[in-house]
Design a binder for this molecule. Structure first.
Ligand code: ARE
Ligand code: CA
Length: 471
């Protein structure tokens, strides 16, 4: 398993004159920033790699699951595998292959959402997207009855008790046929699927529902994968549960849900400076942690901020990108009012091409938000690239506002208040004119000879300067 390396500081670059660290085979990534393109089809991801993600320096895309799935209009059909053919409503295998090639040409790696804890939750079976006929515990050429758990711990065999590891790992997550991942033959079948994706050029995997598989089973599967793929595991942190993200660090990185939840609190209470004490919150170690503001589950269960929070969401994203904790993954999806709203699709159920909606206060159902393109977010990706791994310094905080620099390469101010903030900041930036990269265009801000600058920061927004964005 490969970890995202600490990106070289721009200062080190200047001194050594060498290029950036290579994160993924054959690609020169500029940052450690990823993006989950939720339910984007393969053609749309390819286009975004070329037009936006590569030029912005975003290192990797997390795709939705690519394997054959059950029929139906809901987005979550993708999380019920019927076979491991790369044929889905997001596109054909050919389109998937073309996407991998195009993204690689743009220096963007492809991380695939791997649904390997279970197959479908269909009691009476059915026919999958690519025509495969299946039963709840029968999947042609892959699995039969014996390859599944029947936990016998609840009447339905469903998970009923998150305080019991046995219940969580051997029972069914919402009726999804639970694979006997301890069986070497099952591990081999899963690994064959992942290796098929590797042979197409896939660079890594999100391990869906990792909590529902013992850490040693996940490790045994990952050991069977060819080469050195990047691994990030979904183990939702919930206090008091026996299974925690730290249990999985031998296999790769983990998503840090704890930080996403804290961002909600900090935005509410205005205590943004708490992020400087992130080490005291009991999160996964920074180098193993993938940090985020929201994912597709949390934007639906409303446990985190989302596009609906507008400026607050943008501010949290800016803070996350500026922080030296973890490797951030951005999120981009479509608008909906109820969780089960089906995704934008044509009459055949194929997900339609992404057409980004203009930034607005509210969105109609099924509009592609493209929140990653909002100016402050792309600007802060550039800020993160410019500051590299330089230390946090020149911290300032007052009321609902917080500001800090990263070495002498960047400085950012975050204002989580309903009122504008008028303030002079002491920085380590070289004197001169800078663009505010947290806003559209180039609002010029002048750093004086004493390295200070004075600015008015509007309510719920950021101001950010870095040495690579000067008028
Ligand atoms: C759907 C229907 C169900 C139906 C089932 C089978 O909604 O009613 O029984 O199909 O037909 C997604 C959707 C589900 C959907 C499923 C399959 O969210 O609604 O079920 O696809 O189509 C737990 C897990 C965590 C999981 C979350 C959602 O630990 O792994 O629940 N997240 C991943 C994905 C999901 C996906 C799946 C797993 C399944 O990101 O999108 O489900 O592949 C505490 C615990 C958490 C727990 C949480 C919620 O906080 O600590 O661990 O998360 O409660 O229960
Ligand atoms: Ca399981």
């Amino acid at each position: 398993m490969r970890r995202l390396p600490v990106i070289l500081a721009a200062a080190a670059l200047l001194l050594s004159g060498c290029s950036t660290t290579t994160t993924f085979d054959g690609m020169g990534q500029k940052s450690d920033v990823g993006i989950q393109l939720f339910q984007w089809n393969w053609d749309s991801i390819a286009k975004e790699c070329t037009e936006v993600l590569g030029p912005a320096g975003i290192a990797w895309v997390l795709t939705s699951p690519p394997q054959e799935h059950i029929m139906g209009s809901a987005w979550w059909t993708a999380y019920q595998p019927v076979s491991y053919q790369i044929e889905s409503r997001l596109g054909t295998r050919e389109q998937f292959e073309a996407m991998v090639t195009t993204c690689h040409e743009a220096d963007v790696a492809i991380i695939v959402d791997a649904v390997i804890n279970h197959m479908t939750g269909q009691d009476s079976g059915g026919t999958g997207w690519a025509g495969t006929e299946f039963g709840h515990y029968e999947y042609p050429e892959l699995y039969t009855e014996d390859d599944f758990h029947h936990c016998g711990l609840s009447e339905s065999d469903d998970i009923t008790d998150y305080s019991s590891a046995e219940n969580v790992q051997n029972c069914e997550l919402v009726n999804l046929a639970d694979l006997a991942t301890e069986k070497p033959s099952v591990q081999e079948t899963i690994a064959a699927y992942l290796n098929e994706l590797r042979s197409i050029g896939v660079d890594g995997f999100r391990i869906d529902a990792a909590k529902h598989m013992p850490a040693e089973d996940v490790a045994a599967i990952i050991e069977r994968i060819d080469g050195d793929p990047y691994i990030v595991q979904e183990v939702i942190r919930t206090d008091g549960e026996p299974i925690q993200p730290e249990d999985y660090l031998d296999s790769g990185d983990v998503f840090e849900f704890g930080l996403a939840y804290q961002l909600v609190t900090w935005m509410k209470t205005g205590s943004l400076s708490s992020i400087s004490n992130v080490d005291s919150y009991g999160f996964a170690p920074s180098e193993s942690s993938v940090s985020f503001v929201e994912n597709h589950d949390t934007e639906r269960n409303r446990e985190t901020l989302s596009y609906r929070d507008g400026a607050k969401y943008q501010l949290a994203t800016a803070l996350l990108l500026a922080s030296d904790y973890g490797s951030p993954v951005l999120y981009s999806g479509y608008s909906f009012t109820i969780n089960n709203n089906s995704l934008p699709q044509d009459a055949d159920g194929l997900v339609t091409d992404v057409d980004c909606a203009p930034f607005a206060e509210t969105y109609a159902d099924g509009e592609w938000i493209c929140q990653h393109r909002w100016p402050s977010t792309l600007g802060m990706v550039g800020w993160r690239i410019a500051v590299g791994s330089t230390e946090v310094q020149d911290e300032w905080s007052e009321g609902d506002a917080y500001a800090f620099g990263r070495g002498s390469l960047g400085y950012a101010v975050f204002n989580a208040a309903d009122a504008a903030l008028d303030q002079t900041f002491t920085t380590s930036l070289p004197a001169g004119d800078y663009c505010n990269v947290a806003a559209e265009g180039c609002d010029v801000i002048t750093v004086e000879a004493d390295r200070s600058f004075t600015v008015q920061v509007p309510p719920w927004s950021a101001v950010a300067l870095h040495v690579d964005a000067r008028p």
